[in-house]
Ligand binder design. Structure first.
Ligand SMILES: C[S@@+](CC[C@H](N)C(=O)[O-])C[C@H]1O[C@@H](n2cnc3c(N)ncnc32)[C@H](O)[C@@H]1O
Length: 508
C-alpha cells in the first residue's frame, strides 16, 4: 500500500531546494529521474495555480521542486529516498512513497491542478506491475496504450483523470509528443476532456543531460472539450512569466491530416502547403505504395553468425552457407552495392559473411563442430536463439532491392543492392512490390523534395540525428521524376529542411 510520509501545513513561500538527490546512473535511468530546472518548475506551477487554496498534485515529485512554490500540495514518487527528502524539506507537503498508478487507482482525492515532469522510461524498461497498473488506470478512462508506450504518456492521462471539473494541467514532456504513436492517444484524450489544449515546442536543451529535447504540455478546463491544439514554438524557455495559451491554432482535423504529428507544424504554412500539394499529385507515390519497407534479420548472436572470410576458410565452411550481408549503415557509402564493393569487403577480411544455415537437412561436420564450440553453445542460450527451431537458423534472411539507413545526419541515403546482399536489423530492407524498377526508384529518390519528406516523416533522435522507423520510411513521398522543381518549390524545400534540421540540432 502507498506509504504516507508526512502531513503538516505551514507556509513555504520562496523556499529554495539546495539539494539534488545523487543517484547511481543506472538507477536514475530506471526511475527516469532527471530533475527540472527550478525556474521551469516555478513557471509551470504559476501556469496552473489560480488560488492559494488550489490543491496541486505532482504525480512524480522527485525532490519536490514543483511542490516548493505552492502551499496546498500532494506529491507521489516511487523513490522512497526522494520522498523522505521532500518530507523533511517541505513539511507542508502531503507525500506518498508509491507507484503513482497504483496510488491513482485507489485515491479518492481530486485536484484543481496537476503539474510535473513524469519519468520518460521507454517500453523496454517500463514493465511489470507498474506498466500493468498504468495501462489499467488509463483503460478505466477509455485510453488504450500498446505495450510499446513510454511511461510519460500514461502518466499524463492518469494524472489528468484526477482533476476536478475546470482543473488545469502542465507537464514537461519529451519532444516525441510531436511524433510518437503513443502521443496520439494522449492528445486525443486531452482534446476530449479539456476546454483548451496547448503544446509548446522549445528548441533550447532544457535538460542538458538528456539526448532528447523536452516540450511542454498545458491544458485548461477539465470536463470540457476542444477541437484544436494551440501550438507554439519557443527558442528557449523564458525566465520570466510566459503565456502557455498563445500560438498557432491547429484544428483537430488538420492535425489528423498530418498523421496526428505536431512536428509537421514546426514548418511554416507555405512549406506545408507546398508539401501537401506535391504529396497529393497523382504521379507522386509514397515509398510504402511501391515497396515493402522493413528491417533486416535479427541474428541473435552477431559475433557467432557473422564470419570473416579468413575464419570461414579456416573452419572450412562451404560457400553455400555463407551470404554477404550489410551489417551497418557504415557500409552504405555509395549509391549501389556492387559485386566489386563486396569483393573489397572480403579482401579487407571484414566480418560480412552471414552463416545462413537451413532449417532442415544434415549439416557438414565442419559446421556442426563450429556450432559445438563453447562460444556457440553460450550464444544458443540467448533469447533469440533459444526461442527458434533450430536455434542456429537465422530467420527472415532476404535479398532486398535496396537499403536505407535507419539513422542519418544529413538525411538517409538510398543504396541499391546489385550484389545479392542480405542486411541486419540495423538497416531498412526495401523490397519493390509493384513493378517499379530499382533505377526508377533511385531516380525518384534523387528528387530534391525527398530530402524535405525525410525530415517531415522521420523524427529527431538526439545528437543531431534523424531517425526513420519503417512506418515513417513508408510514408516518404517520391514525386515523379519529370515533376519540375520551380524556384518557389526549391525555396520552400530549403526553408523546410533548414527549419527541421535546426529543430533536431543538426550541425554540419
Ligand atoms: C523526471 S523525474 C521528475 C522529478 C521531479 N518532478 C522534477 O521534475 O524535478 C521523474 C520522477 O519519477 C519518479 N517515478 C518513476 N516511476 C514512478 C512511478 N511509477 N510512480 C511515481 N513516481 C515514479 C522517479 O523516482 C523520479 O523522481
Amino acid at each position: 500500500m502507498p506509504q504516507l510520509m508526512h502531513r503538516i501545513v505551514p507556509t513555504v513561500k520562496g523556499i529554495t531546494l539546495a539539494f539534488v538527490l545523487e543517484k547511481a546512473p543506472s538507477r536514475r535511468k530506471a526511475l527516469g529521474s532527471f530533475y527540472t530546472p527550478e525556474h521551469v518548475a516555478e513557471t509551470l506551477v504559476n501556469w496552473v495555480v489560480r488560488s492559494p487554496n488550489d490543491r496541486l498534485l505532482d504525480p512524480s515529485c522527485g525532490d519536490g521542486r514543483f511542490l516548493a512554490s505552492h502551499r496546498n500540495v500532494v506529491g507521489v514518487d516511487l523513490d522512497p529516498a526522494a520522498i523522505a527528502t521532500v518530507a523533511k524539506e517541505l513539511p507542508h507537503a502531503r507525500v506518498y512513497a508509491a507507484d503513482f498508478f497504483d496510488w491513482a487507482m485507489h485515491t479518492r482525492d481530486r485536484f484543481e491542478c496537476v503539474v510535473g515532469n513524469p519519468p520518460f522510461i521507454r517500453y523496454q524498461r517500463f514493465s511489470g506491475d507498474v506498466r500493468r497498473s498504468a495501462l489499467e488506470v488509463c483503460d478505466r478512462v477509455g485510453v488504450k496504450f500498446s505495450s510499446l508506450t513510454s511511461s510519460w504518456a500514461p502518466f499524463v492521462v492518469a494524472a489528468a483523470s484526477l482533476l476536478k471539473p475546470g482543473g488545469r494541467l502542465a507537464f514537461v514532456v519529451p519532444a516525441e509528443i510531436g511524433h510518437a504513436p503513443y502521443a496520439k492517444p494522449v492528445l486525443r484524450y486531452l482534446l476530449s476532456r479539456f476546454h483548451q489544449v496547448s503544446v509548446i515546442a522549445v528548441r533550447e536543451k532544457v535538460f542538458p543531460d538528456l539526448s532528447e529535447d523536452v516540450w511542454f504540455l498545458y491544458a485548461d478546463g477539465f470536463g470540457g472539450e476542444s477541437d484544436r491544439i494551440t501550438f507554439s514554438q519557443w527558442d528557449e524557455f523564458p525566465r520570466k512569466a510566459a503565456r502557455p495559451n498563445k500560438g498557432l491554432h491547429v484544428s483537430r482535423h488538420e492535425w489528423e491530416k498530418w498523421g496526428e504529428r505536431l512536428r509537421s507544424f514546426l514548418i511554416s504554412p507555405d512549406v506545408r502547403d507546398a508539401y501537401r500539394e506535391i504529396s497529393e499529385r497523382s504521379d507522386s507515390v509514397r515509398l510504402g505504395e511501391i515497396a515493402r519497407v522493413g528491417i533486416g534479420y535479427v541474428s541473435g548472436a552477431n559475433d557467432l553468425f557473422h564470419l570473416r572470410p579468413s575464419e570461414a576458410r579456416q573452419l572450412g565452411i562451404p560457400n553455400e552457407f555463407l551470404r554477404p550481408t550489410v551489417r551497418r549503415a557504415g557500409f552504405l557509402r555509395r549509391g549501389t552495392i556492387t559485386p566489386a564493393i563486396v569483393e573489397g569487403w572480403l579482401q579487407r577480411d571484414e566480418p560480412v559473411l552471414l552463416l545462413h544455415l537451413p532449417q532442415k537437412g544434415r549439416l557438414p561436420d565442419c559446421v556442426m563442430k563450429y556450432l559445438d564450440t563453447a562460444s556457440a553453445q553460450q550464444a544458443r542460450l540467448g533469447y533469440k536463439c533459444r526461442n527458434r527451431n533450430p536455434w542456429y537458423t537465422v530467420p527472415d534472411v532476404t535479398v532486398p532491392d535496396a537499403f536505407l539507413a535507419y539513422m542519418s545526419g544529413l538525411g538517409p541515403r538510398l543504396v541499391l543492392n546489385n550484389a545479392s546482399c542480405a542486411c541486419t536489423n540495423s538497416i531498412h530492407a526495401i523490397h519493390l512490390t509493384n513493378g517499379l524498377s530499382s533505377s526508377e526508384l533511385r531516380k525518384r529518390w534523387t528528387h530534391p523534395f525527398v530530402e524535405l519528406s525525410c525530415e517531415i516523416e522521420g523524427h529527431p533522435l538526439g545528437g543531431g540525428m534523424l531517425k526513420l522507423e519503417p512506418r515513417e520510411a513508408a510514408r516518404i513521398v517520391l514525386p515523379s521524376t519529370v515533376a519540375k522543381v520551380s524556384q518557389e518549390l526549391q525555396a520552400a524545400i530549403s526553408k523546410g529542411v533548414t527549419t527541421l534540421r535546426r529543430w533536431r540540432h543538426y550541425v554540419r
